[in-house]
Design a protein around this ligand. Structure first.
Ligand code: BG6
Length: 494
């Protein structure tokens, strides 16, 4: 269903996120009738641009990045006329007053009931100042709802996140703040709870009696690209760990919510975050968390530079581009079950996968003294392939009772193919409908930071544990040992 009419303000409208994700998402929503006709989009950035230029950028972005192409010019014109551009100095409240006037005109023109959705595709240091100016420029006085959508990173550590949150809370209520973690917008991440709670195959087994370990891999082939300036200060732990990885872990580990909706799900996720076992000392961190940085390597025949040679990266940088950690969720359900999580840049494959490894059945008389039965696996493939598969043991055809491992697979991306909605479509649509289920609540963010801060603290104290791995390989060897010590290994990803 289409949400109520609203004005969407895109701060950072000339940036990469708008071009690659936000414009295409708006177009797909429009195509599918998920935006009512009563909407306007105001592109905001400092540089001057006419509406025509802005619409032509919009057109290019959609043709390049959207899963729908522009086929019909009449429809295109009808869509594009909802888009206007205004150059804005975000430090100057006068500009916001003008923007407010423009908003009244747009309300009138498109019959919009005063609803406002502010999307800040900006550096987080600007979230506070922009919010204050929105308020002081009168933009929150319209009669409809007001919502703030912000991108990560939400702070650099718990303390800075708290400061940021305090600023935002001076202007917006918690339920008006939509913190994006785009992994929560991914189809298969949302599917985790459906798989878990609607299948009697899984639900009774989802605990430490039956699960041996959980592995979450988020591997990328890309290096740091042109984001060295940001990434060198952030590193893999903050860029991926604090948010996407812990969010996926929470979806796997949470208790069944009383209803599969907003606050109930977020309440359960926050309990998981609270149950994460904090490392007791810096030595404990070093024993359980491996960090690496890519050095020069190659992919096929292509030579790849080391991280320290990348643009805008310090030539002696000790920033991690990889980490793997053994994490425990200290509650009744998960006592004793290790969660191994790993992420890195310049690894051999781009994939996000969750592997649930079940405990092996006890050897019994049927199999005599066999000890090589493979454990059952449930693999949830999040990205770029979407689907699930289960590994089972079955008899190898023939006169002996040889056992082989077989796969039962559901490949979602093979079926739905190109038309799976992008994470950003879903998230913009949810924000416009006021559904914050798949956005992160402040208490989740805060707990995730506390967990990550303990690791970062140990890493600050000494860099001696940083290991280098050649670009195009699976990261430091010690990440293998982390599991081997427990009698496990990383399951190969596909
Ligand atoms: C972003 C990180 O949040 O997620 C990037 O900042 C990373 O460093 C990206 O590349 C990965 O997202 P996806 O959807 O391509 O897996």
């Amino acid at each position: 269903a289409a949400p109520e009419g609203a004005i969407y303000y895109l701060f950072g409208a000339t940036g990469d996120l708008a071009r690659r994700k936000l414009f295409p998402a708006l177009f797909s929503l429009y195509k599918e009738g998920k935006l009512s006709e009563n909407f306007a989009v105001v592109g905001l950035a400092r540089r001057p641009r006419t509406n025509e230029q802005f619409r032509s950028d919009l057109y290019d972005s959609i043709n390049e990045f959207c899963r729908y192409k522009v086929e019909d010019l009449t429809m295109w014109n009808a869509f594009a006329e909802h888009f206007v551009y205004m150059s804005l100095d975000i430090n100057d409240v006068e500009g916001f007053k003008q923007l407010n006037k423009l908003s009244d005109e747009l309300d009138e023109q498109f019959n919009i009931p005063g609803n406002r959705l502010f999307y800040l595709a900006l550096a987080p240091s600007l979230f506070g100042p922009v919010s204050f100016n929105m308020r002081d420029g009168g933009m929150l006085e319209s009669k409809g709802w007001h919502r703030l959508v912000i991108e990560k990173p939400f702070g650099y550590d718990l303390e800075s996140a708290q400061q940021l949150n305090e600023q935002l809370c001076q202007v917006f209520k918690e339920e008006e703040i939509f913190r994006i973690d785009h992994y929560l917008g991914k189809e298969m991440v949302q599917n985790i709870q459906v798989l878990r709670f609607s299948n009697s195959f899984f639900e009774p087994l989802w605990n430490n009696k039956h699960i041996a370990n959980v592995q979450i891999t988020l591997s990328e082939t890309v290096g740091v690209e042109e984001r060295g300036g940001y990434y060198d200060k952030s590193g893999a732990l903050r860029d991926m760990g604090q948010n996407h990885m812990l969010q996926m872990l929470a979806m796997i580990a949470m208790e069944p919510p009383s209803r599969l909706i907003g606050e109930d799900i977020r309440d359960e996720k926050v309990k998981v975050m609270r149950s994460l076992r904090s490392y007791s000392s810096s030595d404990d961190v070093r024993a359980n968390v491996i960090r690496g940085q890519y050095s020069a390597g190659k992919f096929g025949d292509k030579a790849l530079p080391g991280y320290r040679e990348e643009e805008s990266v310090d030539a002696e940088s000790t920033t991690e581009t990889y980490f793997a950690a053994k994490v425990f969720v200290d509650n009744f359900r998960w006592a004793g079950v290790p969660f191994y999580i790993r992420t890195g840049k310049r690894l051999p494959v781009k994939t996000t996968e969750v592997v649930i490894e079940f405990k092996s059945v006890a050897d019994n008389i049927l199999f005599g003294s066999r000890h090589d039965l493979a454990p059952n696996l449930l693999v949830i493939r999040v990205n770029p392939m979407e689907g699930i598969y289960i590994k089972l043991n079955a008899k190898k055809p023939g006169s002996d009772t040889d056992i082989q491992t077989v796969n039962m697979e559901f490949c979602q991306s093979c079926q739905v193919g190109i038309n799976t909605p992008e994470a950003y479509e879903r998230l913009i649509h949810d924000a416009a409908r006021g559904d914050s289920t798949y956005f992160t609540r402040w208490d989740e963010v805060a707990h995730a930071w506390s967990f990550v801060d303990r690791i970062a603290q140990a890493w600050r104290e000494s860099t001696s544990d940083l290991q280098f791995y050649p670009a195009g390989t699976w990261g430091p060897k010690s990440a293998e040992e982390l599991l081997a010590a427990d009698g496990f290994h990383w399951w190969p990803v596909n």
